[in-house]
Design a protein around this ligand. Structure first.
Ligand code: ZN
Length: 277
């Protein structure tokens, strides 16, 4: 995306915030402190003109407030998001590395601020997904490839029809609420292979795992806190839901089956999704 496109697509702080909310939450906001989906966006009308206040939410459960930028590269600055987005475009599109002096001239920022933005963007881009997932973790499994699955996931869960002998590939994934997602192809979906996956990507000691009632997760429940959402009864029970990982599957499948979501282009998504997915 070039500068003109960034300017046109993200003309206001609100447009930038809405874009990040789409990437992080698929527009279904949840509390970044306790995971509750009982949240409300604060007095929209009073937001106008105040960059720092746009898109703040209140949580009805833990009464904390939060913004989509919490815990991301954009967190805790008063620099308008449009300047951040432009800075990303400038840094990514630069043929040679751009200096903070150049960035400060281009974005009408003082040099110290430009340096700060540049450092944060570069370190975010350089990060590799090394750390374990921690906090509230949703785990789920799915099959990708072949024909799209039936909407009802339990109905067609027959080992004879799925997995080995079919053209679908089993994928297991875990997502940290408000954080990264890790997904990998699984040889099979047994308790043992799922346990191995969870152990390798999740900090078992300081996390709580949320899954559906699929029995292969029972083994994991013996090693860490584990909450189960029974999809036959309900899909959300307080902070017990797997909407985040299911959102990720649907995104992955739309990409796979060729219906890419409308707002997922380029570097913004990739930078944001590092913390935001
Ligand atoms: Zn909360």
């Amino acid at each position: 995306m070039d500068l003109l496109q960034v300017m046109q697509r993200f003309p206001t702080q609100e447009a930038c915030v809405r874009h990040l909310e789409y990437i992080r939450w698929r527009n279904k906001a949840y509390c970044l402190h306790c995971g509750s989906i009982s949240v409300a966006r604060k007095n929209e009308n009073q937001d106008k003109g105040e960059v720092g206040r746009t898109g703040r939410y209140n949580c009805h459960d833990c009464h904390a407030s939060f913004k989509v930028t919490c815990g991301t590269v954009f967190h805790g600055t008063k620099i308008p998001l449009q300047k951040w987005f432009l800075a990303i475009a400038l840094i990514v599109n630069a043929k040679k590395s751009i200096s903070s002096h150049q960035l400060s001239r281009d974005l009408d920022l003082n040099q110290k601020t430009a340096w700060y933005i540049m450092t944060r963007i570069r370190s975010e881009m350089a990060k590799k997904g090394g750390a374990l997932l921690q906090g509230i973790i949703e785990a789920d499994e799915t099959y990708i490839g072949g024909k799209p699955r039936k909407p009802n996931k339990r109905e067609d869960f027959e080992p004879s029809k799925r997995g080995r002998g079919t053209d679908k590939t089993a994928v297991i994934g875990a997502v940290e609420r408000g954080g990264k997602v890790v997904a990998q192809v699984a040889e099979n979906l047994t308790g043992r292979s799922i346990l191995k996956f969870i152990r390798s990507v999740v900090n078992l000691k300081d996390s709580k795992l949320i899954t559906d009632e699929f029995h292969v997760y029972n083994a994991v429940g013996r090693e860490m806190k584990h909450a189960v959402i029974n999809h036959a009864d309900q899909f959300v029970n307080g902070d017990t839901h797997t909407n985040t990982i299911e959102g990720f599957w649907s995104l992955l499948k739309r990409a796979w089956y060729g219906q890419a979501p409308p707002l997922s282009d380029g570097i913004y998504s990739s930078i944001c999704s590092r913390r935001l997915l």
